[in-house]
Design a protein around this ligand. Sequence first.
Ligand SMILES: Nc1ncnc2c1ncn2[C@@H]1O[C@H](COP(=O)(O)OP(=O)(O)OP(=O)(O)O)[C@@H](O)[C@H]1O
Ligand SMILES: N[C@@H](CCO)C(=O)O
Length: 316
Amino acid sequence: MTTRTTIGAPDAKCILAQGLSVRVRVPGSSANLGPGFDCLGLALSIYDEVAVTVTDGGITVAVAGEAADQVPLDERHLVARAVVRGFEAAGVAVPGFHLETRNAIPHSRGLGSSAAAVVGGLAAASALVAADGRRAALDAETLVQLSSEFEGHPDNAAASVLGSAVVTWSHGHDAYYARRLSVHPSIVVTACVPQFESSTEATRGVLPDSVPRKDAVFNVSRAALGVVALTADPDCLFDATQDRLHQDYRAEALPDTTRLVKALRDAGCAATVSGAGPSVLVLGTAPLGAPEVALAAELGFTAIPVDVAGGVEVIS
Ligand SMILES: Nc1ncnc2c1ncn2[C@@H]1O[C@H](COP(=O)(O)OP(=O)(O)OP(=O)(O)O)[C@@H](O)[C@H]1O
Ligand SMILES: N[C@@H](CCO)C(=O)O
């Protein structure tokens, strides 16, 4: 007798039915916002879509859009791994599933593509559980926790889950928390995106284990001010986006990004490295001016106006 294997929670009593299908939309994000290394994030209106259908066996994957030819089309695919983790966490299993992703978030540009991929997979698994109705879907706290475990830091992941701006923190190395902020309606966001890539793992590797106390104090003040600037007083955005904790250490690995941040800040714009780079995020109360857009273009960056996005959502 052959034993049929399932995918998801071991020995699950709840097996989702073949044909059950969902589609979710998940935003990219910018982390750090200058001083808030690993603890501030902002969801951006650049979206990936993830569709999952329960099948009679195996994991199949189809990808369209960004980096479609650079990701594995099997169970190693990051979104597929997150779907499986979501089933495990919800205590369900499936005979198999087909995953389709439509990607608009560029990979390895500091716009939270990996976090969005993981949040999309977890949220799709959760939506299938909700559609089945026999087990509880994953709540937002659980989505933040599980997606941050994949990432190793919660700032991008929480922004993709909750939307808007987020403050995140952790206890030890493996318990992650987040709260959503209401972003001041006058804030305008521009992402300056280059063609070249940079790996987050690589640019985390260049950071020192300790920093001078005066730099720590500097960053604590700026990150706290960041919450004020984002929610209540956007006039403080320029000071609130200063950083001494990570950007200077990453400058050598990100020369053009560093040049653009400096040039924009010299022009009075609240520019920061987006996440671990190489994109640049600009926060303000007016769209980026033509001279600054031209400045970005000269260095090989495309300035894209973006909105502050809501969190991951089920669209069908
Ligand atoms: N939609 C996706 N599908 C499959 N794999 C993905 C997807 N998005 C990202 N990845 C994986 O994550 C890697 C990029 O992750 P990385 O953390 O270096 O950059 P990022 O998430 O785009 O930027 P940052 O974390 O600085 O905002 C890709 O090379 C790919 O392996
Ligand atoms: N806080 C993370 C974000 C990566 O997107 C870092 O700067 O490494």
